[in-house]
Every structure is written in C-alpha cells, then in structure tokens.
Design a binder for this molecule. Structure first.
Ligand SMILES: Cc1cc2nc3c(=O)[nH]c(=O)nc-3n(C[C@H](O)[C@H](O)[C@H](O)COP(=O)(O)O)c2cc1C
Length: 311
C-alpha cells in the first residue's frame, strides 16, 4: 500500500478544511497547505499564519508549502516553520497561474534552469539537516521535453520527495496528463517519487501502484475533495464505495459552522460552501436541480434548506 497525500488546493484545503477532513475522514498520510508566499516583509499574513499555526494544525501530518524564487525568503519562512514543529517543507514549482508564472515563480521558474539550480543550491545548503525539503513540480513551462534538463537539476539535490504533476504550465488542470514523462521520471529520478493528477477512485490509485511499484506515494486533490472517503476506501478502512451521507452531513455542518464563526457575513461563507458543492455534486447525479439552486442562492437559510434535501 502506497502513502496517500491530500494535495494543496488554494481556496479549498485551508486549515479549517484540513482539520475537519482529518476529524471525519482521514485515510491520508500527509496533508499539504496551499502555498504561502514569503516576501521581503519577512512576515506571514494572518491567512498564512492560520495555515501553519500549530494550535490549528496537526503538525505531524501537515506539510507547509512555499512559493518563491528568492532563497532568503524561502530560508526565512522555512526556519520559522521548523521552529513551530513542522518537519517537512514543500516547494511549489507547479503553480500555472499567470501572475505567479510572470514573476518566475511556481512553474514559471522551470523555464530558467540556471536560476532554478542556483535557488535550489542555496536553499538546500542553508537548510541542510534542519528539515526535509520536498518539491511539487510540473514537467515544464512550454514543452514537456524541458523536463529532461529539469530532472537533471533535481537529481543534484537530496529532495525528500518529488511530487510530479505530469502536465506543463500551459496545460493548467485540463489537458491530458503526460504519462510518458512520468515513466521517464520513474526511470531516472533519484528522489522518492509521488504521482499526482486525475486520480478519482481507489482503482485509479491501484493502477498507478501497479504500474510504478517503487513510487513513494500518490497525491490526490480534486478526487479526494469530491469523495472524502477515497483514502478510507483505498486503505480498506471502509468496504463500500457508497458515500455515507450521515457523515457527509456532519462534515458539512462542521465546515459551515467553522466558516460562519471565522468569516464575516453570509456571502463569504456561502462562497466557500458552494465551492465544496462544485466537487461534491458528483455524488448526487440525480439532483442536478437542487445542486443548481445551492450554487445560485445568496441567502444562508435558503442554502441550508436546499442542502437538507440532499443530506
Ligand atoms: C483550485 C485549485 C487550487 C490549487 N492550489 C494549489 C496550491 O496552492 N499549491 C499547489 O501545489 N497546487 C495547487 N493546485 C494543484 C493541485 O494540488 C493538484 O496538483 C492538481 O489539482 C492536480 O491533482 P488532482 O487531479 O488530483 O486534482 C491547485 C489546484 C486547484 C484546482
């Protein structure tokens, strides 16, 4: 059985989500924070601190993720995070968003191999022996063939785990995953590999496990949000593939309560909750109309009434 990780999804898997998910479901070995962006202020924002506050996070399971191309900013943030008790820091080299990429961050840095190499040299040097450093990467920016040179660079460093999302920047999250290049990584990467991309069932995980028996794990994002029982199913902690609506209701109600307590006003709470339904809707193929109403409503009471028709 492979390790299973909950992927970081900005706007979805914040500390409230991760904590509540681990309480009602779990079945995962690690959860990743969405990216924190350390900069020249050398301060975390309030939102960022929530993601790494040891009182709000399971320090042993949570991996904070950083997005920057500045080694000093990275090392500062990593040192702060280590002091809070976390053992692993993840570097984001996959974010495809235009504003991030144009600053040579996320998957934008992949197009500048020399800068990437210098950055990795600095951070691995400065943080040697202080924590595990893992990387989450795409194959490249414009062409998947960029990955040959990128992997050569990765192979120079003691990366604790290399998570590969086998798409390039311009694929965003939609184009087919390029498994040929994951095959190449499987043959040539020195770091323990983690596969990420388009996993929607425990059968999908088993297929990856069979094809790549020596990988360290599988990271799942949207599939695990849509079916929070996926980890339990894969780990055989639950035998049926039918989702337990009673638990989903408790999970939902706790999320709703937590967001109502932390966000101000109904609108941001509804915005959050509607985002979950865009993933959960797959569990309710017969209830398209109600799902549409949930997504449209701007009133909390109306929202609750519609939700009670489903769970
Ligand atoms: C809305 C959204 C937000 C994301 N935010 C992050 C992020 O903060 N850091 C990161 O490394 N990846 C982020 N990702 C990428 C996911 O972690 C993951 O690599 C991607 O969704 C593919 O995996 P999946 O097919 O299992 O969802 C995000 C993806 C989505 C759809």
């Amino acid at each position: 059985m492979k390790k299973l990780y909950l992927a970081p999804l900005e706007g979805v898997t914040d500390s409230i989500y991760r904590r509540t998910f681990l309480k009602y479901y779990g079945g995962v070995d690690k959860v990743y924070t969405p990216f924190l962006s350390p900069n020249s202020t050398y301060k975390f924002t309030t939102r960022e601190f929530k993601d790494i506050n040891p009182e709000k996070n399971d320090v042993s399971l949570t991996v904070p993720q950083l997005l920057t191309n500045n080694p000093d900013h990275f090392t500062w943030a990593a040192t702060e995070i280590i002091a809070l008790g976390f053992k692993e820091i993840n570097l984001n080299l996959g974010c495809p968003s235009g504003t991030v990429v144009s600053k040579k961050k996320g998957s934008g840095l992949l197009f500048y191999p020399e800068e990437l190499d210098r950055f990795l040299y600095e951070i691995f040097n400065q943080l040697k022996g202080k924590c595990s450093l893992s990387i989450k990467t795409r194959l490249g920016k414009h062409e998947p063939e960029e990955f040959y040179e990128i992997l050569e660079i990765y192979n120079k460093y003691p990366i604790s785990e290399l998570t590969i999302h086998p798409r390039i920047q311009s694929d965003f999250y939609k184009e087919p995953v390029k498994m040929d290049f994951f095959d190449y990584a499987y043959e040539n990467a020195k770091a323990p590999l983690v596969y990420n991309g388009e996993i929607h069932s425990s059968a999908d995980i088993e297929m990856i496990e069979e094809k790549y028996p020596n990988i360290a794990g599988v990271m799942v994002g949207r599939g695990l949000i849509a079916n929070p029982e996926l980890g339990l199913q894969y780990k055989k902690l639950k035998n049926t593939s039918e989702i337990d609506l009673k638990i989903l209701k408790e999970f939902h109600n706790t999320l709703l309560q937590e967001y109502s307590e932390t966000l101000s006003g109904e609108k941001p709470v509804l915005h959050r909750m509607k985002e979950f339904w865009s993933y959960w809707q797959i569990q309710f193929p017969e209830d398209e109309k109600t799902i549409k109403k949930i997504k449209k409503t701007n009133k909390l009471q109306e929202y609750k009434d519609y939700v009670s028709k489903l769970i």
